[in-house]
Design a protein around this ligand. Structure first.
Ligand SMILES: Cc1cc2nc3c(=O)[nH]c(=O)nc-3n(C[C@H](O)[C@H](O)[C@H](O)COP(=O)(O)OP(=O)(O)OC[C@H]3O[C@@H](n4cnc5c(N)ncnc54)[C@H](O)[C@@H]3O)c2cc1C
Length: 161
């Protein structure tokens, strides 16, 4: 356990809280999760939930977050029972050309212009790519179990029932 490690209390048992709990447990902390509502009663459980690049400032940070989340979720897509899969996505909008897209978007390995016939009427451009897509009830269940496996404890216990 690192010298600075100690007890960490995470408030919230949605995707943010559970992911934070796992990261803190990985860093060697004892982690408790306190939540008013268990995972299956959060906003997270009703999310779509398609991964996408983050375009906020500062770019250096969001670029790093986008790279890491894409890498981690792509790896989880290969883990049976994680609830994560790589799905074919069509992104439409008044978007710039491939070469003018922000660097966060260009991290997506198979990002490519869509066939013009696929661009819905009223939109300027569309891109195709494989993007991580989560089945949220299953993904939250996976996160709870992963955190528990790392010797987490909670009060009240996050329930997936
Ligand atoms: C219909 C819909 C579709 C979406 N689709 C997507 C998508 O495709 N891609 C995407 O990236 N995002 C999507 N989102 C957004 C995404 O769901 C949220 O950004 C995400 O779930 C937020 O997670 P969270 O863990 O921060 O919050 P939550 O899931 O809301 O969890 C909050 C937790 O904190 C607890 N809590 C709150 N206040 C207190 C308190 N005072 N004391 C104790 N506990 C407290 C709650 O009980 C809960 O456990 C979608 C959202 C909706 C509604």
């Amino acid at each position: 356990m690192p010298r600075e490690a100690g007890l960490a209390v995470v408030v919230g048992a949605g995707v943010s809280g559970l992911t934070t709990a796992i990261c803190l447990a990985e860093a060697g902390h004892e982690v408790k999760v306190w939540a008013a509502e268990p995972p299956l009663r959060t906003t997270s459980v009703v999310a779509g939930a398609l991964w996408g690049p983050s375009f906020q400032e500062p770019v250096a940070k969001t670029l790093a977050w986008t790279r890491q989340s894409l890498r981690d979720l792509t790896a989880l897509a290969g883990v049976p029972g994680s609830g994560v899969r790589m799905a074919p996505a069509l992104t439409v909008g008044d978007l710039p050309g491939l070469d003018e897209l922000p660097p966060q978007a260009r991290l997506i390995p198979d990002l490519r212009p869509a066939d013009p016939a696929e661009v819905p009427e009223g939109f300027w451009r569309a891109f195709r790519a494989s993007m991580p897509l989560m089945d949220m009830p299953q993904y939250l269940d996976y996160l709870v179990n992963d955190w528990r496996r790392r010797a987490g404890r909670s009060r009240p216990a996050p329930s997936v029932r």
